[in-house]
Design a protein around this ligand. Sequence first.
Ligand code: HEC
Length: 237
Amino acid sequence: MLHKTPISAAVAAATLTLFTAGCTATGQVQPKATEAPAQVDYTKMKPQELAEYLVFQSGSYDLAQPTQEGTTGKDRLTQDELQKVCSQVARSGKEIDDKTAERINKMAMATIKYPEGGIKLGDWRKGRDIAWSGFGFRTAHNPDDHNRGTPGGNCYNCHQLAADRTGGTIGPSLTGYGKIRGSSPEMLKYAYEVIYNPHAYFACTQMPRSGAKGLLTQQQILDVMAYLFDPASPVNK
Ligand code: HEC
């Protein structure tokens, strides 16, 4: 069963909006029992209720499906502590307070593991492929099969990277990143940490925890960093 999280509370609320199909006011013929009746009045649902109905109640999402990380679809929907805190902050409609932000930053920083050989830029060509690939941990109808490809970092979906292609705008533009910021050891350490677990700096960011969640290997992070910092990379042209 679902834990007593705000999600299950909202599911309960969504369930209350169920009603039985019957004769319509316009006198249309009642659907036969064999036809799938419209059980739910979507128009009376708030967007969040509808989304939760579709995921948890309608059977459209297979909660038992295996995921690439060896869990199930349902486990993906179970929030960890950081996500719970950030959801509470989002629901409150207020800015996160300094104490909570600091607690999250510390919690995230403690998850970061550094490469044994130190933080050295990898291969920007490999990094470009990783940054521009969304392949990896998609589930549902066509789960990404790791026998058929290496997971990417999905960076392009949120960031503008090199000027030769169009990226997303959820995150800040990273065009010219290395040229603008330089490549001091402190800067490289910061970038490694942000990519590994961005909550170490941005408490309730939307950016994924690529290292901490095992979405990218340490070497892949160093390759992506080369794409951001190497003077020969198109990001800095
Ligand atoms: C879901 C969107 C999303 C994805 C995917 C994403 N990021 Fe981000 N990123 C952000 C946001 C948003 C910020 C700004 C921090 C904040 O305020 O939340 C950010 C910040 C950063 C920063 C710090 C920028 C600075 O000013 O120093 C770097 C570096 C970065 N991202 C690199 C990456 C890389 C590399 C990837 C791919 C491995 C990536 N991001 C994937 C959303 C994303």
